[in-house]
Design a protein around this ligand. Sequence first.
Ligand code: CP3
Length: 354
Amino acid sequence: MRSSQSQPSSMPSVKTLLAVLSGIPATVPPVWLMRQAGRYLPEYRALRKRADSFLDFCYTPELAVEATLQPIRRFHLDAAIVFSDILVIPDALGQRVRFEDGVGPRLDPISTMEEVARLRETGVAERLEPVYDTVSGAREGLPDGVALIGFAGAPWTIATYMVEGGTSRGHERIRKLAYDAPDMMEKLIGILTRAVADHLIAQVRAGAEAVQIFDSWAGALPATLRGHYSLRPITEIASRVRAACPDVPTIAFPRGVGTGYADYAAVPTISGVSIDQGVDASWAATALQGSAAVQGNLDPLVLAAGGRAMEDSIDGILSALGGGPFVFNLGHGIVPETPPEHVAALIARVKGTG
Ligand code: CP3
């Protein structure tokens, strides 16, 4: 049940996700799932065929709006996340980005100051206009009580794709550059920090009600460089979002930073931290929930497995974190082999209806 749907229409709709991100715990926590739109849904796989490349799909608002709304039609989720990708930023900056089936993203890697200087900072917002059209279209199509989340990658994570040329396991190139070429890294991170902040603010102006910053590869940084390359740019972005849109909460997802999550939760302009499945939920309740709302942290693989293992994991998370401001989510994105019925079962269990 969504609280706003039981209220008379004259009352402003209270979106549970936004209440929790403002620090107010909910009796029944709001739930949404990272990568809730995507290949595990047959209707997404059918829709995806209507564009040639994945980026064309992302830049066709009619298709991207539909992909955003598909999981909302199927499940009782409390939020939708705009359908797009973190790699629209390098694409808009003029670096060639393509997605290869079964391989993932491919970029022509950059590693020198000259290549960084060739990125086109002006006109980024214009090139991303289709994403903002998706945001406004999705907002119009959402039922009452469901919040719309805009997002972007964090500068460090986007930089890993730009420098490594795709998904990397060890991130050796960029980690070495951070020591060998700090000026080049500084310039790249600066460009990305401005582009990401502008992109999030533009999504809010188009109708996003909260924003999430995905630092999926924050855990690849040595702890000694994490403050400089992950926490500092995210803090700067969150402050710019707060200054431009004071009522819009920012959620940070620095995946894999362990006890380092406490540094992100302590930032006043960060309203929520999304924790991966490696973080102990009881530790998070004690160390994080006093300063920020916590989101997470079900293992995406236990969602794929379903059954008793999934129920026990859900119950454990709810009992550890449900007493404070908490948003139920996964520790990372839904994996493509996940049966959609498991998502329905998860939501029913969180809502106490199944
Ligand atoms: O439902 C949602 O979560 C909204 C859409 C969304 C996508 N990507 C769509 C997508 C979001 C929020 C993202 C974020 C994203 N993209 C991240 C951060 C989160 C994370 O997973 O760590 C990252 C690192 C990327 C970069 C990216 N995009 C990779 C590595 C890949 C290939 C791997 C894969 O999962 O396919 C993509 C492609 C991508 N982005 C797909 C989708 C639905 C699959 C493309 C397809 O339909 O074939």
